[in-house]
Ligand binder design. Structure first.
Ligand code: SF4
Length: 358
């Protein structure tokens, strides 16, 4: 049985030219590929994590228009960055992007450094993002492994193991490191990801038109349908909140969360987490204080997040006109005219809750 590194060494001389030639012919026309400028590549790679390319194109273009440089992003207020991120999800990505831009200004003169080690010191940079920026923007032989690359390498080199297991992850990174060596490392990494996104897809891969089919070990062994093995399902957590819907004419009461944790820094209808079986009315009364009048439950909104089931119990609330200081967990709260809500950073789950609250 040959090791993953040996298999990668054997495959590299044949597979690299085939895949790069295919990439030159078939690559999708994406705006950040026009220049490979480090800042644009970085923003695109952060947005592409967990999000489909078609959506990212729209957000990336708007983001670069509004914040065209690291320095302009660093000078922006977080709420404006989150506002532009609304609808993309995984808001910690936007918070880290903003934090990292400030560090880049402080430590690197507003430029991205051209070394994996230096990139890894920045907020939000893991091995994947550092490898992507280093290889695509700076042409360094830096490996990367994301879901697409993991699937392609698992099949191409017939690497077994359950996704998430340490030995499998180590084998994938070791193989990726061997295979990125050579000319055009940035294009090589993008070609692997492109193959995984368009040809070597999870279900029914298009092996007949695959540019590397003659070297594919899983195809030769008849194991394409087995590899990669299915992931262990994540443990899901149920999160339940009692949420206040307070109105004043055409205005709605919204609050901005502290800048940490789930939905950190985002605007929302203010709410309090409920322990299992807890009474929403009582929890809201304690949360908002004696002057609040807690009305009946209006509706229940349920949303499925990646690892959580979110349940929002919406209650009609009356509050005095003058607001006291915001409740625990929030930085600020205010009455917001309905027409202005779209400009605030808000999660899709909360946008859905607002729509259902009417
Ligand atoms: S031959 Fe099929 S399984 Fe192998 S890399 Fe190509 S698309 Fe994937």
């Amino acid at each position: 049985m040959t090791s993953p590194v040996q298999r990668a060494r054997e495959a590299r001389p044949v597979v690299r030219p085939l895949l790069l030639r295919w990439f030159d012919r078939s690559k999708r026309d994406l705006p950040w590929r026009k220049s490979n400028a480090p800042y644009g590549v970085w923003v695109s790679e952060v947005m592409l994590q967990q999000t489909q390319v078609e959506r990212v194109v729209r957000y990336w273009t708007k983001f670069l228009e509004r914040f065209p440089t690291v320095k302009s992003l660093a000078a922006a207020e977080l709420k404006d960055v989150l506002g532009l991120w609304t609808g993309l999800g995984y808001y910690s990505r936007a918070r880290n992007l903003h934090l990292a831009s400030k560090e880049l200004v402080l430590r690197f003169g507003g430029e991205l450094p051209d070394s994996v080690d230096a990139l890894l010191t920045l907020p939000g940079f893991g091995r994947y993002t550092a490898g992507a920026v280093a290889s695509i923007a700076f042409e360094l032989e830096a490996p990367l492994v994301d879901g697409n690359v993991a699937r392609v390498l698992s099949r191409l080199l017939e690497l077994d193991g359950v996704p998430g297991e340490k030995t499998r992850e180590a084998a994938l990174w070791a193989a990726a490191e061997v295979m990125v060596e050579g000319a055009r490392p940035g294009d090589w990494n993008q070609a692997l990801m492109e193959l995984g996104a368009t040809v070597c897809v999870p279900q029914n891969p298009l092996c007949l038109v695959c540019p590397v089919r003659t070297s594919c070990r899983a195809l030769a062994a008849g194991r394409v349908d087995e590899l990669p093995r299915p992931k262990k399902p994540p443990k899901r957590k149920r999160l339940e909140f009692a949420v206040a819907v307070a109105r004043r004419g055409q205005e709605v009461l919204l609050a901005r969360r502290e800048e940490k944790g789930l939905f950190g820094g985002l605007w929302e209808l203010p709410g309090v987490e409920l322990a299992a079986g807890a009474d929403g009315d009582a929890a809201l009364q304690k949360f908002l204080g004696k002057k609040a009048s807690i009305g009946p439950e209006l509706t229940v909104v349920e949303r499925t997040l990646t690892h959580r089931d979110l349940v929002l119990r919406l209650h009609a609330i009356s509050l005095p006109k003058r607001l006291a200081k915001p409740p625990a967990g929030y930085l600020e709260w205010r009455w917001v005219p309905r027409a202005e809500i779209g400009a605030l950073g808000m999660s899709s789950a909360m946008q859905g809750a607002l729509a259902e609250a009417g």
